[in-house]
Design a protein around this ligand. Sequence first.
Ligand code: ZN
Length: 278
Amino acid sequence: MILLPLVLVVGLVLTAQRIPVPEIGRGYVLRVALPEADAPTALPEVAGEEGLPLVVIDAGHGGHDPGASGQGYREKTIVLGLARALRDALEKEGGVRVALTREDDRYLVHAERVEIARRLDADLFLSIHADSAGEAAEVTGASIYTLSNQASSEAAARFAERENATDRLNGVDVGGQSDAVSTILVELSQRRTQEQSDEFARLIRREGEGAIRFHPQPRRSAALKVLRAPDVPSVLFESGFITNEADAQRLASAEGQARFAEVMTRAIRAYFARQQES
Ligand code: ZN
């Protein structure tokens, strides 16, 4: 809907540069300054064969937002390294398509990251982060986050409010329905998405056992903006503590990145295998 006025304006500029204004009785040249800063997010390239399920990998932070820092490392750089390693591993393995929300050191707001996944019609969304424990340098280990139930139903309500005029969720047309019906459809979609997100989180834990050092309570849920797509199963992986020397070195090393990519690749494959069964 945001695009519509822009498209109309561009159409006017392109097709009718001289617009007669009868009151004045002569032609006018219409000049319209198009907004540059608010251009819609460009969609990233998708690698892999058409028809395969799509995984969107999101490296957190970037650009002016470095994220956490510690041990001489910055989160935005570490997580981009992990995202690239996973993308490469998935491309090599085949069986899925893959795209990154950012491939370089740029900043994206949370809504853009979610929007990229939704506009690409992604089947799975993984946001990668690294934690900070401040002065507590001994705290280590990875955690797996999904959206909390409370945040999930709030997001569903907001989404229904905002988008129920013209939208499709999980192949169901929620446009043209009464508000009550479309709210229910959005909630159903969101609930199914939550179950799938939980399933993916469980598989990461299973595949990572013995290969990745986890935090003592690795399964968490929170009101994270980047996990709010009502129709794309989404998990945020806190890969470790950048404030811990061993964690930071592991995450920044080629070997640590490869191990992370291997575990995630197995979890992603197991996830899609299960989706096909059900
Ligand atoms: Zn982060």
